[in-house]
Design a protein around this ligand. Structure first.
Ligand SMILES: [Zn+2]
Length: 208
């Protein structure tokens, strides 16, 4: 059984989610805009067994703390999609025109692809490729717990921008359609703002 803690970080209040598989204490951090005191404290308070840093996409406000997180927890696997690994490697600008300030250069441990299963203790997360906000955006779905981590693809009554590098509206629409097609309901945990549910978004999101 996976439980979660949401920790908004930085000026853009990017949500870091600390996932904990309760039977084993295995932890996964989803996105890391900053590896700041609240994030570090939460990991330590929940036992410190950080197995993964899972990145929904390559924008700076979601990855800037990745290197610090890896330095603090060297055995944690840093996972990002094949297409967005270039952000992590510093090969493309995380923010257009602000390359030097936000340059991050590290090699991911796991290049994620559609359908990958990420084991977390007695549970698992499935990778769903959802390009459109960036070329390589992904969502993570804990099917057993019905938790859907949507990054900047789907928000509470809102959807992600498609006008940044690698963004594309028809592609984003197709990705959103895939999320909405997930059978039944799930808690939606977005990269910014409040949590929602698939049922709420199906009924109230004007972009779907
Ligand atoms: Zn983004």
């Amino acid at each position: 059984m996976i439980t979660y803690t949401c920790i908004p970080v930085g000026l853009l209040q990017s949500n870091s989610y600390l996932l904990r598989e309760e039977a084993t204490g295995a932890l996964a951090l989803v996105d890391c805009g900053f590896f700041n005191r609240p994030v570090a404290d939460a990991i330590r308070e929940q036992g410190g067994d950080l197995r993964y840093l899972l990145l929904t996409h390559g924008h700076f406000d979601h990855i800037q703390g990745a290197a610090d997180c890896k330095a603090a927890y060297p055995t944690a696997q840093v996972a990002v999609s094949v297409a967005d690994a270039a952000y992590l490697r510093g090969e493309i600008d995380a923010v257009p025109g602000r390359r030097s300030r936000y340059k991050i250069a590290m090699e991911p441990d796991w290049l994620l692809r559609e359908g990958d299963e990420i084991p977390l203790g007695e549970s698992a997360l499935r990778v769903i490729e959802t390009p459109g906000h960036t070329l390589g955006g992904v969502c993570f779905f804990a099917a057993q717990e019905r938790l859907l981590l949507t990054g900047d693809t789907l928000f509470f009554e809102e959807v992600g921008r498609h006008d940044l590098t690698g963004g594309d509206w028809p592609t984003l629409q197709a990705s959103l359609a895939r999320l909405i097609a997930i059978e039944g309901d799930a808690v939606v945990l977005p990269g910014h703002g409040q949590a929602s549910s698939l049922a709420h978004e199906r009924a109230h999101n004007p972009y779907l």
